[in-house]
Design a protein. Structure first.
Length: 411
């Protein structure tokens, strides 16, 4: 039972560290909105549009990089991603115009962060991980992204306050280079690994390699796969709206930048626990039920926030509550896809689901900017968020998923 441990845990730890850097940088970009607007004279709509394009690009590249990783291995993908992320961040201060931000933050850095994100990283470790452990290992990898937000949000805000937003961008560009050596343990190409064959009797729907095109055709006809897409669209809308506009919401309430940084850090900190907990629960309960519960809880949290006074304590409690489910939807979503179709093309199939997530993210970031410019506040965005969260909960309930198989290894 311990023989497989050296095989997949080095991959999991390398993937976790990579996501810590890429997601930590990406989830802290909302802290730049106000400083860039004040320094360059660009409106919040223009800056929000650039970050919204980044949300979309991050999603568009997921299936493309996932397919590349499935065919050729993850190492090259991660190296290219690290270099793109570094280049986009390093060039952004030199091109502080609307279209310059679209190119650097919206295209280059977003594509780089997408290459070093969930679909490639979870896919790289899934083939070597026993099926009954994939939910837990996905939770560990996902917790790395949350830890990154906890680390990078206050660090970014401290550098912005001390040296300005340009220096903070350049510091983050250097941090992005840390992902390059982490690509080494994840470099190998995966061909229908022994782990996937050996675990076919514990939940894999497709252990044999039927080819990428055939697998995509099967997935396209599967109603459960599309229900996951709908739920993840809402998740993207919710997360992108908050990560982009929560600092502005806090500033409009007359609170300091420090409250924004602490709130984003709390989201990351609490999601470490949330991701690990959901990864563990996914080994024991139906993951579709966990997803429905998490989406419904978001609607409740937003409703409570709207009824509460705009104080630092309110935002800290709101952030802690959000953090419990923030990116905790990733392990069960990837886990269900693995159950339905097996691990062979998980990076590609999960990549398409992440594309749906980021289409929602585009609208969350962009419409938030339009709301503040034309309506003066985010009230209608909060209402839309509640409705979409309830719809996401409803769409996850009919997903086809077998009960987890009891195993001594999951105890």
């Amino acid at each position: 039972m311990t023989v497989a441990t050296p095989r997949y845990w080095p991959l999991v730890l390398a993937a976790t560290a990579t996501l810590l850097v890429t997601m930590g940088i990406r989830q802290s970009l909302g802290l730049y909105v106000q400083p860039i607007a004040l320094d360059t004279g660009l409106g919040i709509v223009a800056i929000s549009f650039a970050l919204a394009i980044g949300q979309l690009v991050w999603g568009v590249v997921q299936p493309a990089f996932g397919a590349w990783a499935d065919q050729c291995g993850s190492g090259r993908v991660l190296v290219v991603g690290g270099l793109l992320l570094c280049a986009g961040l390093a060039l952004a201060p030199t091109m502080a115009s609307g279209w310059g931000l679209v190119l650097t933050l919206g295209v280059l850095s977003a594509a780089g962060a997408g290459a070093g994100s969930f679909s490639v990283l979870i896919g790289a470790s899934a083939g070597a991980t026993p099926a009954h452990k994939r939910s837990m290992t996905a939770g560990v990898i996902n917790a790395g992204g949350s830890a990154g937000q906890f680390v990078f949000a206050p660090l970014t805000q401290a550098i912005i306050s001390a040296f300005g937003w340009m220096a903070a961008m350049w510091a983050m560009a250097l941090a992005a280079l840390a992902t390059l050596p982490l690509a080494w343990p994840l470099r190998r190409k995966r061909h229908g690994t022994p782990a996937s064959k050996a675990t076919a009797n514990v939940g894999d729907a497709a252990a044999q390699d039927i080819g990428l095109r055939a697998q995509l055709r099967i997935a396209a006809r599967d109603r459960s796969y599309w229900c996951l897409h709908i739920g993840f669209f809402t998740c993207g809308f919710h997360i992108a709206f908050l990560v982009t506009h929560l600092p502005t919401e806090i500033a409009m309430c007359g609170l300091s930048d420090q409250v924004s940084a602490i709130s984003l850090a709390l989201i990351g900190l609490c999601n470490i626990a949330g991701s690990l907990a959901v990864g563990w629960l996914g080994q024991r309960y139906r993951m579709k039920s966990l997803l429905a519960l998490m989406y419904a809880s978001r609607a409740l949290l937003v409703g409570v926030y709207l009824l509460s006074p705009p104080t630092p304590t309110t935002f800290y409690l709101f952030a802690a509550g959000l953090g419990a489910t923030w990116l905790a939807t990733v392990p069960p979503t990837a886990g269900i896809i693995g159950k339905l179709f097996g691990p062979r093309y998980l990076a590609t199939l999960f990549g398409f689901t992440l594309l749906s997530h980021q289409v929602g993210g585009f609208f969350g970031a962009w419409l938030g900017g339009l709301a503040i410019a034309h309506l003066g506040d985010y009230t209608w965005m909060w209402y839309a968020d509640i409705v979409l969260a309830l719809l996401a909960a409803a769409f996850n309930l009919p997903i086809r998923e077998a009960r987890p198989v009891a195993s001594p290894a999951t105890a």
